[in-house]
Design a protein. Structure first.
Length: 45
């Protein structure tokens, strides 16, 4: 157990950065599911 904690402590950047990309990708996909308003073709201007 101590070995695992030491690895996480030493390499936390290598764990959090990919998790940040995954979380950002998830939020981006969730935002893309937004319904369009009437007479609107895209959600961005």
């Amino acid at each position: 157990m101590m070995n695992l904690l030491q690895v996480v402590r030493d390499h936390w950047v290598h764990v959090l950065v990919p998790m940040g990309f995954v979380f950002g990708y998830y939020l981006d996909r969730k935002k893309d599911e937004k319904e369009l308003k009437p007479n609107e073709k895209v959600t961005w201007k």
